[in-house]
Write a protein that binds this ligand. Sequence first.
Ligand SMILES: [Cu+2]
Length: 151
Amino acid sequence: MTKQLLSLAFSLCLAGSVSTTVMAAEHSVLMLNSNATGIMAFEPALLNVAVGDTVKFIPKELGHNAESVANLIPAGATPFKGDLSTEIIVTIEQEGVYVIQCDPHSIMAMVAVIVAGKPTNLADIKAKSADYATKFVMNKERLNNILAQIK
Ligand SMILES: [Cu+2]
């Protein structure tokens, strides 16, 4: 009897650790040559995730990458940079707002925003993104429009 109880307790522990792993969701963001928001776009452009989730950036079309923008991620978050035309899976470990760009199309505002948990650094991101956005020659309002949707 005691043995059975122990083995039951052990099974429950296993089940517990497995479900913890499963709870971290994986999200997908497509890298596209165009969509409803214009040319050169991430889809979705705004993604809400939980801390610990992963985001997979998928090059649906060639010539794109996904990378975090310097100074436009939460303090202490690890920057990342995917290779051109290559899928990258990023684990979001820090709460807050992240701005992501495609390097070759950053001047066309090929950007996405990830909000992990609460947007604790939103005011900071909005202030710093104004300077970053001066390099856009197309889709100039795209980043502002995305940031304006964050509550
Ligand atoms: Cu691109």
